[in-house]
Design a protein. Structure first.
Length: 271
């Protein structure tokens, strides 16, 4: 199955972001992808972190959600909608929701980002407190697709292998990791973490990312990747915007899991 990872430099103008996302999704479909994944915050990266509160949509309706449904239906592909800010809390905070749409335009899944990026980046002046404006999710989520069961995660989630083990136990055949990684942490850890999650779970990883300098002044790392079940990078886009595609071999994945049954050797420890 051919899949695509889209790389963007999103800003604070939703319509411009949606126009760019539409072009990249159309290119992915033209290249034969059956599933295309957009990066975290694909539709909106505000000038200030609090700006997401004003553009958050109610669950199930809104121009961003309608865009995803329309694109999936028009292009006849599965679309993973990076993250969409959805209204959640009485205090105005939002959920960072990864939404998956089927080729008929119907929503197949919603996953709310569990691990929020509350950090001071080592070796940098960058400081992030995502939880000030975002409510953490609680439930790991997989969704049935033609690729098999797709395990959903977002950006900072990739640093928590226990989440991916849960998704693996739920039967995940592949993972998607829409991201907006910082430059310092991207240089240090991006590829290593993604390949580790693929290798230890014998499952491919689709990682679309934000790249470049955004209107807020924030810089993101890019390097969108598609990695196979053995940790091999099949396609990547170090910089720029657009999409990369790769063919994922389900038969090879199943053969590797049969011959190298590491998943069956897992031990659940009581601590």
């Amino acid at each position: 199955m051919r899949v695509a990872a889209v790389q963007m430099t999103s800003g604070h103008e939703i319509e411009a972001n949606l126009e760019a996302a539409g072009r990249h999704l159309a290119e992915a479909a033209r290249l034969g992808a059956m599933l295309a994944a957009l990066p975290e915050n694909f539709a909106f990266m505000g000038r200030q972190p609090a700006d997401k509160r004003a553009v958050a949509e109610p669950d199930g309706t809104g121009r961003i959600q309608n865009f995803l449904a329309d694109q999936a239906r028009r292009l006849k592909i599965w679309v993973v909608g990076g993250t969409v800010p959805l209204r959640h809390d009485a205090d105005g905070r939002v959920s960072a929701s990864c939404l998956v749409f089927k080729p008929d335009g119907q929503r197949a899944a919603r996953y709310d980002k569990i691990h929020l990026f509350d950090v001071d980046v080592p070796g940098s002046t960058e400081s992030h407190r995502e939880s000030e404006h975002t409510v953490p999710g609680r439930d790991p989520r997989t969704v049935e697709t033609p690729l098999g069961k797709l395990g959903l995660s977002v950006c900072y989630d990739m640093r928590f292998p226990e989440l991916f083990r849960v998704l693996s136990r739920q039967g995940a055949d592949a993972f998607v990791v829409p991201s907006a990684f910082t430059v310092p942490t991207g240089k240090a850890h991006w590829e290593s973490l993604l390949r580790a999650r693929a290798i230890e779970n014998l499952a491919p990883v689709i990682a679309p990312a934000q790249w470049g300098t955004h209107p807020s002044g924030r810089e993101t790392f890019g390097d969108s990747m598609i990695i196979d079940h053995w940790g091999k990078v099949l396609a990547r886009m170090p910089g720029g915007t657009g999409c990369v595609v790769a063919d994922l071999d389900a038969a090879a994945r199943l053969d590797a899991r049969a011959k190298f049954p590491a998943l069956e050797h897992r031990v659940i420890y009581n601590t």
